[in-house]
Design a binder for this molecule. Structure first.
Ligand code: TXA
Ligand code: MG
Length: 339
């Protein structure tokens, strides 16, 4: 298949949205920029279209997709009922990087919900994503636009690398701002439970809902046979080719640890690169937003450098750091050394 590349600008936005929207409505696949990461969009109500997403990504069929809408009122046909908690969260954080899980209505096909009786819904804030979904005129299923298991793409280059030749259109909308995927919360349990940390932090959720629990899989490896609340959590994720270990300890201990290692890369914070022979930086120290923005690109850059062994600085787990840590610890297959 020849993949058409469309570069979004303020001037051509309405024209390319019409084109991309029509392809989605007719059952095709379009990669679109969002504020979190690029998504691979298809008509969420069309099971056949959704199947194409799974084959383009090589994604396990039981891993459900997030349905994207452009305003809160569009959630009503997708779910059985809309609790007050959903209204309050949407009022505060939509449009934005927050996904809510609710019992699904019958119009959501099994392909989209991965066979579950719930559906994940998100209202993105990125103007290009919004214009395209609006033009499609249908709720749009969109997982991250990477080959399954690779880091999510946060710019056109990496979407092209993974999806060229497999989908109808890639829309280039530049660099994504958040850089990690949306926060996922299930409202099907009481209290609500955080399944995947992201740009909207645990504190921000608690501000609106009071108590919020955190799924075990956010910070810990699921043991064999343990059932994942979010199917995506059980798969190996965000894995670059390199073998990564997170090193917990301050910078001087980190330097000392690396001093007798050869042939390795440091995955460090901005400005620390100069202390190592091979290094890739993933954002500013003590700045979760900056680390989230850089992490997936840094993981792909390590592959491009041919890195085989990587030691990573510990991002911590406060605020947005929790999202960064959650992705990095999976990229590291939960290998951690405490100094
Ligand atoms: O920021 C994002 O959320 C991006 C952009 C493109 O919007 N999308 C994204 O989709 O990250 P994806 O498919 O890569 O991740 C969706 C996650 C998966 O871990 C999946 O298992 C979980 O959400 N999920 C989806 N529906 C669910 C459901 N009904 N119950 C539990 N987990 C669900
Ligand atoms: Mg993904």
């Amino acid at each position: 298949m020849t993949t058409q590349i469309l570069r979004a600008t303020t001037e051509n936005l309405s024209e390319i949205s019409k084109k991309a929207g029509a392809v989605i409505k007719d059952g095709g696949l379009v990669a679109i920029p969002t504020e979190t990461v690029y998504g691979l969009a298809a008509n969420a109500l069309d099971g056949e279209a959704v199947k194409k997403i799974f084959s383009a990504k090589g994604r396990p069929q039981d891993n459900p997709l997030i349905v994207h809408i452009t305003q809160f009122s569009e959630i009503y046909p997708l779910v059985k009922e809309v609790p007050d908690s959903a209204k309050k969260l949407a009022e505060k954080y939509w449009p934005g990087p927050l996904t809510m899980i609710l019992p699904k209505s019958d119009i959501i096909p099994n392909e989209t919900s991965g066979g579950l009786n719930t559906v994940a819904v998100r209202c993105p804030s990125h103007p290009v994503a919004r214009a395209i979904i609006k033009a499609a005129g249908v709720p749009t299923a969109a997982p991250s636009a990477n080959i399954s298991g690779r880091p999510s793409p946060t710019n056109f280059k990496y979407v092209y690398e993974d999806m060229n030749g497999k989908i109808d259109i890639i829309v280039d909308g530049g660099q994504c701002s958040v850089g990690v995927e949306s926060t996922v919360i299930t409202l099907c349990e009481k209290p609500a439970k955080l399944l995947r940390p992201g740009g909207i932090t645990l504190n921000q959720l608690e501000d609106v809902l009071g108590e919020v629990t955190v799924d075990d899989a956010v910070l810990n490896m699921l043991s064999d046979g343990e059932k994942a609340s979010s199917p995506g959590m059980k798969y190996k994720h965000y894995a670059p080719k390199a073998d990564i270990t997170i090193i917990k300890g301050n910078f001087s201990k980190f330097c000392e640890f690396l001093s007798d290692k050869t042939d390795c890369f440091a995955l460090c914070f901005d400005g620390e690169e100069q202390y190592f022979e091979n290094a890739v930086a993933y954002g500013k120290k003590d700045d979760g937003a900056s680390q989230a923005n850089r992490l997936f690109d840094a993981l792909r850059e390590l592959d491009e450098c041919g890195a085989k062994t990587v030691y990573a600085r510990d991002p911590g787990t406060d605020g947005v750091d929790l999202a960064v840590y959650n992705r990095l610890v999976r990229a590291a297959a939960f290998k951690i050394i405490e100094l």
